[in-house]
Design a protein around this ligand. Structure first.
Ligand code: BDR
Ligand code: CA
Length: 313
């Protein structure tokens, strides 16, 4: 497998945290060139702080973390402490970060990286609202063609929404940013709820993290134990969907996932369906396919990969 250079754009978030750990545990396949924080699950100050705590937990303090947009492009910020707790990563107690808070703006950092590296060699991995990525495209349209791929967690269609009846959280928080990304022409792979709701961590999986007997295993166990409560009660399912780790798992083992090329259009007008990802799965319009939309995952294979890599940290 050719090693990929990635930027993780994230709003940790327990599932973001597990995604980051999965990537940081995989240096043979992934060069994490930067981690960029965005406002989403909790405000930017916390997502930035959490991201720094997590690179230290992973034993990778050299991976630079930058702060990006504190709010969506045009709408007020919606956060989700009711899911993630006040810190965003409740369930883990991680020490204050030692790495200094870098001043550089995350959007400028992504632009510079895309200009410095050869075209088509940097993959963006957005795990939160798409504000930072859309700002990159607005501020520096010349870099859009240099993006290798955008592999993002967001959207929902067959599964319905998780924040409104039709909208998934990341897209709803900044639908205008999502619209810019989906119209950009950059190659997009989308991991919507339709697939992430099949990537459940069950009680037996949780035990495997606890049994690792490592600080990382304990932190992952604690975070997922907290994080599962909301979804187990809401959906009446046995485990918690691991949304964001699907993005990293796809980069490591794409054959775990299946979907198809189709058009996805973002609703930005209607107050009732704001943030809906309208998926033309059956090709019923003449809108050009603009992403690879995932629908299924080999959940056992996904979990084996995750446990194996987390166990390496
Ligand atoms: C997405 O929203 C957040 O709560 C999660 O971190 C994930 O990125 C799921 O809708
Ligand atoms: Ca997230």
């Amino acid at each position: 497998m050719i090693k990929r250079t990635i930027v993780i754009d994230t709003d940790p978030g327990q599932d973001d945290a597990v995604a980051m750990l999965l990537a940081l545990a995989s240096p043979g396949e992934l060069e994490v060139a930067a981690i960029t924080a965005v406002a989403g699950n909790v405000p930017l100050e916390r997502t930035f702080d959490n991201a720094r705590r997590l690179v230290e937990l992973a034993g990778r303090p050299e991976v630079p973390v930058y702060a990006g947009a504190p709010r969506p492009m045009f709408r007020d910020l919606i956060t989700a402490e009711y899911v993630h707790g006040d810190t965003g990563i409740d369930g883990a107690v991680l020490p204050e970060p030692v790495v200094p808070a870098l001043d550089d703006d995350a959007v400028d950092v992504i632009i510079d990286l895309l200009r410095e590296r050869p075209p088509g060699t940097v993959t963006l991995c957005p795990l939160g609202p798409l504000t930072n990525v859309a700002q990159v495209m607005v501020r520096a349209p010349d870099v859009v063609d240099r993006i290798q791929e955008i592999v993002l967690m967001g959207g929902a269609f067959y599964e319905g929404g998780n924040t409104t009846p039709v909208a998934e959280f990341n897209i709803l928080v900044d639908p205008h940013a999502a619209d810019i990304v989906m119209r950009s022409g950059a190659p997009v792979v989308m991991m919507p709820l339709d697939v992430t709701h099949r990537a459940l961590v069950l009680p037996r999986h949780l035990e495997r993290f606890a049994a690792m007997g490592t600080p990382v295993g304990d932190a992952v166990h604690g975070m997922l134990d907290f994080y599962q409560r909301y979804d187990v009660e809401k959906y009446g399912i046995a485990g918690v969907p691991l949304h964001d780790p699907c993005v990293i798992a796809y980069l490591l083992e794409p054959s775990l996932f299946s979907g198809r090329h189709c058009n996805v259009t973002i609703e930005t007008g209607s107050p009732i369906t704001m943030g809906m990802t309208v998926v033309d799965w059956w090709g019923m319009t003449d809108r050009e396919p603009n992403c690879f939309y995932m629908r299924d995952v080999d959940s056992d294979g996904f979990f084996d990969l995750l446990a194996d890599r987390i166990g390496r940290l």
